[in-house]
Design a protein around this ligand. Structure first.
Ligand code: FAD
Length: 307
């Protein structure tokens, strides 16, 4: 089967692209490697999506998924490993299957940035996590920690404060870089303790994590903070090198024009995976809609024998 539009990814950008393309009557395949919703599924509370005052990221993702399923989008679970274009057709190689399409939208988003310190891999799933929404409940009544200074870290800490006995929030610099409303909400929590200017050195423990070793960036003194669960929220990194044969990258992000076109005709990119200034849910949806419409224009321009 040759899809009209194949979408790589299952986050907000991908699902919006699928929504537009499926409604326009195209044969659409969407391929996700992990979990539908992408990053927003990790958000405890979304309060900046127009028309919805407050919703969990997971619920929002489920609604998007239901919407595209109902419209007949063909949905596959697979990790796409490579992409080629031959005689006007894209050949998309997954881990489990091969796919073929007349046009492709890359909506691969970003993945969690790791600290890259001793013990991080060893204690992953045994006290170290990148997702408080997924794993926070495992530490109900226990001590937790969040490392990070942006909105994701603040959201994680606020969520954990409801179930943990104590939440330590550790930042590398002397302040938070997230929204004022979240910082103020955090300051109002009685069981949250903030430590600034700490550089993470090592996760330690035995079978499970027992704590984290830090260095004070000003005094250079080392400090241990005990915790049962540590959530790392220090940003994200793109993962697009595997498609480099057909796209240009800037610091790992895909270069597009305003119509979400890459340098290869018929290949588009949408959402957090592309070079852009604002990476948010609404801007991901915006990109998905534009990429989908641009893919439609591309398909209309093809000679009848390729349609
Ligand atoms: C904890 C957290 C809280 C947030 N809260 C908010 C908020 O309140 N409001 C807001 O506006 N924004 C928020 N954001 C940001 C927002 O979630 C993102 O900007 C947006 O969801 C990006 O969507 P996307 O579809 O571009 O990428 P992603 O959500 O990253 O989705 C990309 C998807 O592609 C899949 N994928 C990647 N590579 C492949 C491959 N090779 N093959 C198959 N599948 C692949 C991934 O598994 C993933 O599901 C938050 C982010 C986080 C992490």
């Amino acid at each position: 089967m040759v899809s009209d539009i194949l979408i790589i990814g299952g986050g907000a950008a991908a699902m919006t692209a699928a929504l537009y393309a499926s409604r326009a009557g195209y044969q659409v395949t969407l391929v996700e490697k992990n979990a539908f919703g992408g990053q927003i599924a990790d958000s405890p509370k979304v309060e900046n999506f127009p028309t919805i005052q407050s919703i969990s990221g997971l619920e929002l993702s489920n609604r998007m998924f239901e919407q595209i399923s109902d419209l007949g989008t063909n949905i596959e679970m697979d990790e796409i490993l490579s992409l080629q274009k031959k005689d006007g057709i894209f050949i998309i190689q997954g881990q489990f299957d091969s796919y073929f399409a007349k046009s492709v939208i890359l909506a691969t988003g970003v993945k969690h940035r790791a600290l890259g310190i001793k013990g991080e891999k060893e204690f992953l799933g045994k006290g170290v996590s990148y997702c408080a929404v997924c794993d926070g409940a495992f530490y109900t009544g226990e001590k937790t920690m969040v490392i990070g200074d942006g909105n994701s870290a603040l959201q994680y800490a606020l969520m954990l404060a409801k179930t943990s006995s104590r939440v330590d929030v550790v930042t590398l610099f002397d302040r938070f870089f997230g929204d004022k409303v979240l910082v103020e909400a955090l300051q109002a929590q009685k069981n949250v303790f903030v430590s600034h200017n700490l550089n993470s050195l090592e996760f330690y423990g035995e079978e499970r994590l027992k704590g984290v070793l830090f260095e004070d960036t000003i005094t250079k003194e080392q400090k241990r903070i005990e915790t049962n669960g540590c959530f790392i929220a220090i940003g994200q990194v793109p993962d697009n090198e595997r498609f480099q044969n057909l796209i240009d990258l800037e610091k790992g992000f895909i270069v597009t024009n305003d119509a979400m076109e890459t340098k290869t005709p018929g290949l588009f990119a949408a959402g957090d995976c592309r070079v852009k200034k604002v990476r948010q849910l609404t801007t991901a949806c915006n990109d998905g809609a534009i990429a989908s419409l641009a893919a439609g224009t591309y398909l209309s321009s093809l000679k009848p024998n390729t349609l």
